[in-house]
Write a protein that binds this ligand. Sequence first.
Ligand SMILES: *Cc1c(COP(=O)(O)O)cnc(C)c1O
Length: 409
Amino acid sequence: MVDIAAFLQRQQKDARLRRLPGLDHPDGGRVRLPEPDGDGPKAAGADQPESAAVGHDLLDFSSNDYLGLTRHPMTLVAAVDALSRYGTGAGSARLMSGDFDLHRQLEQSLARLKDQEAALLFGSGYLANIGIIPALVGRHDVIFSDRINHASILDGCRLSGAGLHRFAHNDTNHLEDLLKRRRGKKEALIVVESLYSMDGDICPLAEVVELKQRYGCRLLVDEAHATGLFGDKGAGLLEAQDLAGRVDLVMGTLGKALGSYGAYVAGDRQLISFLLNRARSFIFSTALPPATTAAALAAVELLAEEPQLRQELWQRVEIFKSCLAQGGIEADLGPSQIVPLTVGSNQATLDAADRLRQRGIYAAAVRPPTVPAGQARLRFSVTNHLESDDLSAAAAIIATELKKSSPGG
Ligand SMILES: *Cc1c(COP(=O)(O)O)cnc(C)c1O
């Protein structure tokens, strides 16, 4: 039997105990912390260092709502309209009576966005990955998975029972080496993310596509953090690199840049109808609520109608990164809207996150097992909810506070 108390104590001692932050959301781009008991609100007064936000409202650098679509007038109207027409839930799974016109419209519009023949919705990205992977490969097959792939991919791999070979992050030489030795004669699946969620770096997709073809594997690309942001249409990195036609399946979520909830996978018609028949997390789970689906549909339409949303985001990312550099941060800030700053130990990272919180900045402290031991970090994601002034003020504070964490500083 697992010793629950000992587990919790150990997590606490290693600064790994997870707790709900207890937030409220006064506005897009701001989170509000609960007031500390007893001594009333800690105003940004004389004895407080200069803060990036007011009172208990902190700038939210943890949200994946990159384009700000959770609060866009068009997504709100679409959701409210669907809510009043269809009610709050779908009532059952798609293959029962939970299939709505809105679901099929969204699937068509995602397939078009991703330049694929068809798409299939899932309840979430986690459910998509643990459904898709075991549908494609089983006990006698093999999977080649990037070592830092999202937990949902790893869990899907484990659930499939296939032999799992993890290659060093973004290392296509290592991938090829494993393919040479472990490909075998059965089904083989390669899984990568196009933009990695914790490191904010980009997969060498063209090389992976080369290898998939040379070694006769299927390729699944997770575009959770790239969808909506990259490419002329905002489809993602496969579009940006003109590779959409050369992958078997692409999945993504509706809960990040698309501002809603749920996920999808897109590919050719046959593969999608195979998944509809085989992916257990699709078959045995209630369909997405109509309002959520309508909001996502409006969001996909906005990618075409308001391309300036992407331009605005990239301008903000540029401001944030250049202000960090001006503040003396020398680390490579990466190619995307996700900016990781490695601190090192768990405790130092939590302390840095705490100091930032006191100065009005809310950023995720990412610790093992999400990242390798000794590489705990603060992860900043830039969204359109943050104005240029917010971003430059925050960057100056972040640079100052992180210098206090570095071994020499
Ligand atoms: C967030 C994420 C998921 C999971 O999606 P949810 O809809 O949040 O369950 C899957 N893969 C990657 C790479 C992600 O970042």
